[in-house]
Design a protein around this ligand. Structure first.
Ligand code: FAD
Length: 282
């Protein structure tokens, strides 16, 4: 695929780092922070994982030299999780160490449930010696409360999202009301423990609840932020930033954009409507 199609362009910042950096400069000008993601997942050999990690090292150098305000987000299957936990840990540690040199921060995305435990194991191992790394927890998983309690006890920084993968009812809530209820409960637990919480959602019900709850409970703005995906709910993101809230957009880029785009559209039928609606509703 040589060029991004019209639709994908709205959700992916470009194929190369320069374009992504430009996109972040525009966001920063509106007081919106970013987390840059180099698209890619499920690499099958060490060479591919090393290439992916070198991309992140260059990205961290670029963020520093361009003086843009952006963290990085990555997936462990892109760093060799399918090869071995130890290999993946070592690859990841290099990135987290480089980020620390720049006082920057790495967020580990959460993938399908076959990876949840191993992702958390690697995260906990890393967090012992590196505090500039955060994790993602999916509110649709039934196991989430136990995971959150452990993370909260460490004051680990957590991004909460609903979860983007198709999971079975045995392990995951299917009803939106249950997922939202769990999302809120997870945030409450983490705030009580003193963790930083990134509320990653485009859902007005959860955004409005966050605004009300944080005001009522006097949760300082340093303890939470709103996160949205690049290209979605642009108006709402700007409004929140203008009102003084921390807002961070997840900005994906790279040549492996098709699976990300395809997943948003195809993996769950709800996302097709979500994306189509975003095109008109903004
Ligand atoms: P949805 O559940 O899609 O929508 C719920 C409701 O929100 C809608 O019914 C509507 O009321 C409202 N709404 C949504 N869009 C609009 C609009 N444009 N206009 C008006 N109302 C609207 N998933 C993972 O599994 N792992 C990850 O690591 C991960 N990281 C993420 C990082 C970020 C920053 C974000 C934002 C999402 C991430 N996700 C991740 C995806 C996430 O799990 C969800 O699949 C995705 O965000 C859709 O859920 P939602 O809460 O945003 O809204």
């Amino acid at each position: 695929m040589k060029a991004l199609t019209f639709l994908a362009k709205r959700f992916v910042a470009g194929e190369h780092q320069e374009k992504a950096v430009d996109a972040v400069k525009h966001l920063n000008a509106e007081n919106i922070h970013a987390t840059l993601d180099i698209l890619g997942e499920n690499v099958s050999n060490e060479e591919e994982a090393v290439n992916a990690s070198e991309g992140y090292l260059r990205l961290l150098d670029g963020i520093a030299s361009e003086k843009i305000d952006s963290h990085v987000s990555l997936k462990l299957t892109q760093m060799g999780l399918d090869i071995s936990n130890d290999f993946c840990f070592q690859t990841l540690e290099k990135i987290v160490t480089r980020a620390a040199q720049y006082n920057n921060f790495v967020r580990i995305d959460m993938e399908g449930s076959e990876y949840t435990q191993r992702t958390l194991d690697i995260y906990h191992r890393l967090f012992q010696n590196h505090k500039n790394v955060g994790i993602v927890i999916q509110a649709y998983l039934r196991r989430t409360e136990d995971d959150i309690r452990r993370l909260g006890s460490l004051k680990a920084p957590v991004r909460i999202c609903k979860g983007a993968y198709k999971e079975s009812p045995n392990i995951a809530f299917q009803r939106m009301d249950d997922i939202r209820r769990n999302f809120k409960l997870m945030a409450e637990i983490l705030w009580k423990e003193g963790s930083h919480v990134a509320m990653a959602t485009h859902d007005d019900q959860l955004i409005d609840w966050t605004l009300e709850y944080t005001a009522k409970e006097n949760i300082p703005r340093e303890q939470y932020e709103f996160q949205m995906l690049y290209g979605l709910r642009r108006k709402r993101a700007r409004e929140l930033a203008k009102a003084g809230h921390h807002v961070r957009l997840y900005v994906p880029y790279g040549t492996h954009w098709f699976p990300y785009f395809y997943r948003r559209l195809r993996e769950r039928k709800e996302n097709v409507f979500f994306v189509l609606k975003s095109l008109v509703a903004d």
